[in-house]
Ligand binder design. Sequence first.
Ligand code: SF4
Ligand code: SF4
Length: 208
Amino acid sequence: MGSVKDYFSSLGSGIVSLLKGMQVTGKEFVTPKITERYPEDREIRHVPERFRAILELIYDKDGNHKCIACGTCERVCPNGTIKLETKMVDTPAGTKKKKLDKYFYDLGSCTFCDLCVTNCPTDALRFSNDFEQAVFTREKLVKKLNYMPEKEEPALSPEELAKAAAEREAKIAAAKAKAAALKAAREAEAAAAAPKAEPETNSENKNQ
Ligand code: SF4
Ligand code: SF4
């Protein structure tokens, strides 16, 4: 008698379990699909703006970027992902200036931590959300971010040249004055620290 009861009990729980499974299946059957048909849906695919796919230099409409070749991004990157090549150029004002030559970025080692972007003093960098970056070799993951030719320093007007020359002279004069003041202060300090000569003692007074 007991075995018949167990049989029907098991049958009942099996049917309940089956109905639960069918309930889940039925629910998913009418739920809108969340999978996407990539790459067929490439044109309508939505990628959030904040998605970090690849680092890029920001160019304005005139083809200028704001990188001043300070090297901060290269130093803060924890993986050595960024390698900068810089060059010294002559400016129309007659001075030398460090400029960006090549900005290499290895997408294969980037962890997308954003440290380079947040530490750039000129906001010259950003992450693009262009996620289609698949290539066949690791070498192709190394990108040169300054892909447009670096521009020459803009020519200065005669007034600007005169102003730059005056500023340069003033800087040199200020540096010389500062060095002279420093030297004088050091000499005074050394004179004050030198041991004073012992006053001559009277031997006769000592013997008394
Ligand atoms: S931190 Fe900014 S300005 Fe400095 S080298 Fe990097 S991209 Fe250029
Ligand atoms: S996001 Fe991070 S890992 Fe990638 S280049 Fe910038 S600092 Fe380096």
